[in-house]
Design a protein around this ligand. Structure first.
Ligand code: T1G
Length: 699
């Protein structure tokens, strides 16, 4: 008996209860007493069956990630040894699962003969999200319980399945509405009374027999799953390990799985993805907003504007079960917006990712109106109207008049000054920025823009709402473009000049896709619509010779079939356009620019390094609290490759000294401000760490 493992008895059935808050991770200080308890119970003839359960919020949620790359991770008994010990039992072992049986937790449960669960339990092998693969037999036992292709989907996606699916697929033997442990004990007793032989999962072959003789179907399934995992090692090795389970003896495949795990856990990609795991949780801890600050209750949200953004925002709230009142200026615009939302849900139903009843439930939470007075009972109101300060102030003036006391007034602005908006109301402490990313019902990032006067409980409410609507929140300060868009502007600053000086759109985009971005900046511009940037530049009195010329020709990108690229009828595949090449050469001539061959390395330095530099300025100014917050913004809002950990994490692995040196080189060559190294970046180059340099700055 220790503080982490207690053994109790219900007659001849032993109950082992684990308790290692907050998620019962399999830390060494849990594994050691667990191993001792299991050895004693295995040899105790008075014990006819064993139930393994957990105290607290959840069954074991995995290995202890903080132990990785330290001796504790493999100190005996390690997880693999515990599972071998469990499989040596000649009496029934039953895992009683509630909460989330994830990673090593599910692997330990699969080392038991049986698994029973609470109806709200979830099951997953999310190691791939950490750049790893299940390293304690998960890639071999899960296929033996639910079949190889279903197991492959769970392992390569890293997404959990619920108790109902787990029961249907054969991952668990029973699901209970309540009294989980008592039911598990009864289940164990029933199994102990049976004469049937106990077969450990590792020795079950029925669910993999068919796949062993049809590897082509399996391989086709692998190819489909890996399509969107380009450049990542873990998904590929996950699939290979599952396949090994079909072609190799169990123990040989198990040894190979271990080898893959060691390769991955020592690799850069896993270090980057584990960095993101903790960074996402750190981002939700906001200086000055402690655990004692209570969030306000949000029973109903209001959304101003039923356009693409407003509709997407409204859907995010509906998806989180929060009723929404959505307002448009007239009935026709309102009906169009609601129809678009309904259509989006219908697409999800058609794809099978949403049930009809879930669609109906969500749309049933939606109320449309053209009257501001109908927003009076909303606890949180977000405007997603045109990106012009005068219009924002007019809307906030109306909201200020109708919203109830204590209602939070939020702007979805991408760039504008939230303090100026707040100052236009009588309640600046209730004003906050909630910057969603398009498509707002899909993109996970939510920049919570903290105004000078935003109250701590307003921030806490925004953080709580973000969690409820499955967004990843990062609290940022007020400046033009906050964190993401401000750095995007720095990354984009050189794009026009690179084209004028000799690069082509496809050459630049290839540098980005080779780095791991889903697409390059020109293809992205064509996707988003070149007219958006054109309008923004005009509002700021700025120009971009090539992009402006394209827009003046009505070449807005995919939506007009032409932008920087041509898009054959209905295709989304960008094809280089000789007309664009000619336009670039004409603009270069007009500006007297002598074109030359430009290397991929120069393109990378002149786009990525200014972005890192801007990130350092953002940290220096306190617009972001941590370098890891900037990483979370970019990974969740802009598709920064997760295997590189975000821009600031990548910059440290790239070498801050090298980045400073190359920025100075380009600053000397061009005299442009984007290349002048930030003070904090220079300091970080000396200390080797942005976090250390940041600590030296005012909070
Ligand atoms: N190890 C260490 N700490 C962990 C942890 C873990 N596995 N999971 C969570 N924490 C910490 C987290 O950092 C936070 O700390 C606190 O617990 C609450 O977490 C051999 C190799 C279980 C769904 O990937 O998905 O097993 O900020 O805020 O929202 O094959 O935590 O309070 O200081 O997320 O209620 C595989 C990861 C590991 C599961 C709960 N398992 N965890 O969500 O709480 S690798 C995972 C989660 C492995 C084996 C392999 C979630 C959760 P702090 P939280 P939550």
């Amino acid at each position: 008996m220790t503080e982490h493992v207690t053994v109790s008895r219900d007659g001849e059935i032993a109950i082992v209860t684990l308790d290692n808050p907050p998620v019962n991770a399999l830390s060494f200080h849990l594994r050691e007493p667990l191993g001792k308890a299991l050895e004693a119970l295995r040899d105790d003839e008075a014990v006819r069956g064993v139930v393994i359960a957990c105290a607290g919020a959840t069954f074991i949620a995995g290995a202890d990630i903080t132990e990785f790359n330290t001796p504790k991770a493999t100190a005996s008994p390690n997880l693999r040894e515990l599972i071998v010990l469990l499989e040596s039992f000649e009496k029934p072992t039953v895992a009683a699962i509630h909460g989330t049986a994830f990673g090593g937790g599910l692997e330990l449960a699969m080392g038991c003969h049986f698994r029973v669960a609470d109806r709200n339990a979830r099951f997953g092998l999310p190691e791939v999200k950490l750049g790893l693969l299940p390293g304690a037999g998960g890639t071999l036992r899960l296929p033996r319980l639910i079949g190889p292709l279903k197991a492959l989907t769970v392992i390569v996606s890293g997404n959990p399945i619920g108790a109902r699916d787990a029961l249907a697929e054969g991952l668990v033997e029973a699901v209970y509405d309540d009294s989980l442990v008592a039911n598990a004990v009864a289940f164990a007793r029933e199994q102990a009374d049976k004469a049937t032989a106990l077969v450990p999962v590792s020795r079950r072959e029925d669910k993999i027999a068919e796949a062993k003789n049809d590897l082509d179907t399996f391989d086709a399934g692998v190819a489909a799953l890996l399509k969107k995992k380009r450049g990542l090692d873990a998904p590929r090795l996950c699939a290979q390990s599952v396949r090994n389970g079909l072609t190799m003896p169990f123990d040989e495949a198990l040894a190979q799985e271990r080898a893959y795990f060691v390769e991955l856990v020592e690799g850069e990609q896993s270090r980057a993805q584990r960095h993101l795991f903790f960074a996402e949780r750190e981002a939700a801890k906001v200086p000055g907003v402690g655990k004692e600050v209570e969030p306000r209750e949000v029973r109903r949200a209001g959304v101003i504007g039923a356009g693409t953004m407003g509709g997407g925002i409204a859907m995010s709230f509906l998806n989180g079960g929060i009723p929404v009142t959505i307002l448009e200026m007239d009935r026709e615009a309102l009906d169009r917006g609601i129809a678009r939302m309904d259509g989006n849900y219908a697409i999800s139903v058609k794809r099978g990712s949403l049930t009809e009843e879930a669609k109906a439930k969500r749309m049933g939470l939606l109320t449309g109106t053209t009257d501001y007075a109908d927003l009076a009972d909303c606890d949180l109101i977000i405007e997603a109207v045109f990106e012009e300060m005068a219009i924002k102030k007019e809307v906030f003036g109306k909201l200020d008049a109708v919203a109830k006391p204590g209602a939070i007034l939020a702007s979805n602005t991408s760039y504008l000054d939230v303090d100026e908006i707040a100052a236009s109301t009588s309640r600046p402490s209730d004003v906050v920025g909630l910057h969603f990313f398009s498509p707002a019902n899909i993109m996970r990032l939510l920049e919570i823009v903290r105004g000078r006067k935003t109250a701590p409980d307003v921030l806490k409410t925004a953080l709580a709402v973000a969690r409820k609507i499955a967004k990843v929140p990062v609290v940022v300060g007020v400046c033009h473009g906050f964190v993401g868009n401000r750095m995007l502007a720095s990354r984009s600053a050189e794009l026009e000049d690179l084209l004028l000086e000799g690069a082509t759109p496809e050459q630049v985009d290839k540098v980005f896709t080779d780095f791991g971005w889903p697409m390059g900046p020109f293809a992205m511009g064509d996707l988003a619509g070149l007219d958006i940037g054109w309008r923004n530049r005009k509002s700021l009195g700025k120009t971009a010779a090539i992009a402006d010329a394209l827009c003046e020709q009505g070449r807005f990108g995919q939506k007009t079939g032409k932008g920087f690229y041509i898009y054959e009828a209905g295709s989304r595949t960008p094809t280089p356009d000789p007309e664009v090449a000619a336009l670039i050469e004409e603009k270069a001539r007009e500006k007297g620019v002598n074109r030359r061959d430009i290397s991929a390395e120069e393109i990378a330095e002149r786009t990525m390094y200014p972005m890192i530099n801007e990130g350092a300025k953002i940290l220096q100014e306190g617009i972001a609290s941590r370098a890891s917050d900037v990483d979370i913004v970019w990974v969740n809002g802009y598709g920064f490759p997760i295997g590189k950990g975000g821009p600031m994490f990548w910059a440290e692995s790239e070498g801050l000294g090298k980045i400073v040196e190359r920025l100075e080189h380009w600053h000397g060559r061009t005299g442009k401000a984007v290349f002048e190294p930030a003070e904090l970046l220079r300091e970080a180059a000396d200390s080797g760490s942005l976090a250390a340099a940041r600590k030296g700055k005012a909070a």
